[in-house]
Design a binder for this molecule. Structure first.
Ligand SMILES: NC(=O)c1ccc[n+]([C@@H]2O[C@H](COP(=O)([O-])OP(=O)(O)OC[C@H]3O[C@@H](n4cnc5c(N)ncnc54)[C@H](O)[C@@H]3O)[C@@H](O)[C@H]2O)c1
Length: 270
């Protein structure tokens, strides 16, 4: 392990990217060497410290991931971009010998499997996590445990109104984990009439209904409601601020230096 892990942040001018820039520059053992955003960003060429609302860090925002990798030789690329571009960015990174920590949501299972293959072929580490908040990971773990005892459950997730994908990566991951404990939920729920299509939410794995709320001011929140005879159990997690994700991101950057394959989900590294 090097004394300082050299980090490239992709999507650096976005909300999460700026938080990662602040976290990486504030923490010893990490060195921000590169910041990338989309080519059309009007701030390309400006110092990413200033863009992020901190002091100058002497790293200029670049519009070209490949060029940034070849110029700054990072150890790890951290991606918080968009569902349409995250696969390509991660592929570029892994094929260039740069480990990847990926927080961008919206990738399909096939995409993640393909990235796992590329990581293995190149003998290089990657961590892909739909939620870097430790509390959210515990919420998922508790929901999986509780699923052994309750045969009815629904998931409600709440995010800001600009989120591009629905349901959230966390809701999908929660549903997948819950179906490891119980194959099918809500067997006895009758199929009623939906006056407005979608009123009952989407049907995820194991017949779990998932409801996606999108409103301004929200960050990332989720409730799992489990129900049995005469009782319900509600497990809720709230990320009020993007700083909630940073301990998990820094942990993943350290972890990815020690592995030679892809790990999906923060629960597999805490
Ligand atoms: N895993 C987690 O814990 C977690 C937490 C919060 C958000 N997210 C996810 O992270 C992603 C980013 O969220 P956000 O709120 O920061 O969004 P955002 O829109 O504020 O930021 C995205 C950034 O990516 C940039 N971008 C777009 N195309 C690019 C390209 N080709 N190359 C480089 N940069 C590019 C955009 O210009 C923008 O600056 C979303 O998918 C979101 O769901 C994950």
């Amino acid at each position: 392990m090097p004394k300082e892990i050299k980090v490239l942040v992709c999507g650096a001018a976005g909300k999460m990217g700026k938080s990662v820039v602040k976290a990486v520059t504030a923490e010893t053992g990490f060195k921000l060497v590169s910041a990338v955003d989309r080519r059309e960003n009007p701030d390309i060429g400006k110092d990413i410290g200033i863009i992020s609302g901190i002091d100058k860090v002497n790293v200029k925002l670049s519009g070209d991931l490949k060029e940034a990798i070849s110029k700054t030789s990072p150890d790890v690329m951290v991606d918080f971009t968009m569902p349409e571009i995250v696969f390509t960015n991660t592929e570029i990174s892994l094929k260039s010998g740069v480990r990847a920590v990926v927080g961008t949501t919206g990738m399909s299972k096939e995409d993640i499997n393909e990235l796992a293959k590329i990581a293995k072929q190149n003998g290089i580490g990657a961590v892909v996590a739909p939620n870097f908040a430790i509390g959210a990971v515990l919420m998922m773990r508790f929901a999986k445990d509780a699923s052994k005892y309750f045969d009815n459950a629904e998931i409600i997730e709440f995010h800001g109104h600009k989120k591009l994908d629905a349901p959230s990566g966390t809701a999908i991951k929660t549903a997948e984990l819950m179906t490891e404990a119980r194959k099918e939920f809500g067997k006895d729920t009758i199929k009623g009439k939906e006056t407005f299509p979608g009123a009952r939410g989407s049907k995820g794995p194991g017949n779990l209904h998932i409801h996606s709320v999108r409103l301004p001011s929200l960050v990332a929140h989720q409730e799992v409601i489990l129900a049995g005879l005469g009782q319900t159990l509600t497990i809720r997690h709230d990320s009020f601020d993007r700083t909630s994700f940073m301990p998990g991101v820094l942990m993943a950057i350290k972890k990815v230096m020690q592995i030679d394959h892809l790990i999906y989900g923060l629960e597999n590294i805490i």
